[in-house]
Design a protein. Structure first.
Length: 321
């Protein structure tokens, strides 16, 4: 969709779209349409929130990891997610919103985070399923975002993707160990797959016909692929992995279409998706309360840091004066 076809665009907007079409990066001090700025803040902010809310379901299992090695891996993964949140909050801040404003919007429900983190992690096998499927879905979406048009976002994605691929592998390794373990362990792995399959498919967002932002975001290269394209790619790559594990994808309709080479699969329950993104999923309240508590409990740290920073800058001013 070339927005240059729209005769109502100003010359500045036409020149901006031409830069995007040529594959140039837009940097923080460059002129950009307000709607481009707002859409990036929405998407990067939601992405940042997803990273830090995503720490909660896995943080829940750090103390109960079955071995020291598994514990060290999970701890590192959960810390990585905090780092991803930081890169993304920094990228969003370059667009003129403050971190405090973004947190306020997370806490009052005006900004979303990924639906997936509103599901509970009930057993250790869920650590495998989350790494394998959730980080696997995240990579599918985020690798193309390394080429997104906004420079700070694209650059943040490079490191995030490297780390997410380690996360995906550690999850798959847990699934492999459990699938090859005792009958009970294999049942736990299957149960985790059963519970996380459709929520993982929902991570890609509503089907293309119901996606509100895709057309404009793709024209601006804020998004590189449509929701359905990435969902299909994820299914195509994940089904053979499940077969390798000896596990069954919980979908009676799943079949390989020999004409297209793609798997046919059942759509997730979109009513459930809308309930979850509107605050009514199984863990929405718990997740949000945990974030609000962390924010409130950390107030003294922020105040201390700000007092220190203010004192340093006052000293500098005296020295300069
Ligand atoms: N969870 C929550 N909200 C979702 C969603 C999901 N899985 N999918 C879509 N939505 C929301 C959208 O934000 C939008 O709501 P809004 O207008 O209030 O913002 C609405 O549903 C309509 O959806 P659209 O398809 O029109 O929205 P987008 O064009 O923004 O597409 C997206 C949604 C594909 C998630 C896109 O925003 C995107 O690619 N975001 C960047 C990646 C991201 O945020 N990933 C989070 C994954 S979790 C993660 O990375 C953590 C890691 O540790 C695993």
């Amino acid at each position: 969709m070339a927005s240059t076809e729209n005769t109502e665009l100003s010359e500045q907007e036409i020149a901006f779209q031409a830069r995007i079409d040529r594959g140039e990066k837009i940097e923080p001090k460059d002129w950009m349409p307000d709607a481009y700025r707002r859409s990036l803040i929405r998407q990067i902010g939601q992405h940042a929130h997803s990273e830090i809310v995503g720490q909660l379901p896995e943080g829940n299992w750090i103390t109960r990891a079955p071995t020291l090695e598994r514990k060290a891996n999970l701890l590192a993964k959960v810390q990585d997610e905090a780092g991803h949140g930081l890169y993304l909050y920094c990228a969003a801040e370059t667009l003129g919103i403050t971190r405090d404003e973004m947190f306020e919007m997370l806490h009052n429900g005006k900004m979303k985070y990924s639906s997936i983190f509103n599901y509970p992690t009930l057993t250790w096998a869920d650590m495998g399923a989350v790494g394998w499927l959730v980080d696997g879905a995240a990579i599918m979406n985020q690798v193309p975002l390394q080429r997104t048009s906004y420079g700070p976002y694209a650059r943040a994605m490079v490191r995030i993707c490297k780390e997410e691929s380690f996360h995906q592998r550690q999850g798959f390794h847990i699934m492999m160990t459990m699938s090859n373990g005792s009958g009970e362990q294999k049942r736990m792995a299957q149960d985790a797959l059963n519970r996380f399959w459709y929520p993982a498919l929902m991570m890609f967002g509503p089907s293309d016909k119901d996606s509100v932002h895709s057309a404009q975001s793709m024209a601006w290269k804020i998004k590189m692929n449509s929701n359905d394209e990435l969902r299909q790619k994820f299914v195509d790559e994940t089904v053979p992995q499940a077969e390798y594990l000896g596990l069954t994808i919980p979908d009676d309709q799943l079949s390989l279409d020999s004409d297209t080479g793609h798997y046919r699969f059942s759509e997730p329950d979109w009513e459930e998706f809308h309930q979850v993104i509107n605050g009514n999923g199984p863990c929405n309240e718990e997740r949000l309360n945990a974030r609000i508590k962390a924010w409130d409990d950390g107030a003294w740290v922020r105040e201390g840091m700000m007092a220190h920073a203010n004192k340093r800058s006052a000293k500098k001013q005296v020295a300069v004066g």
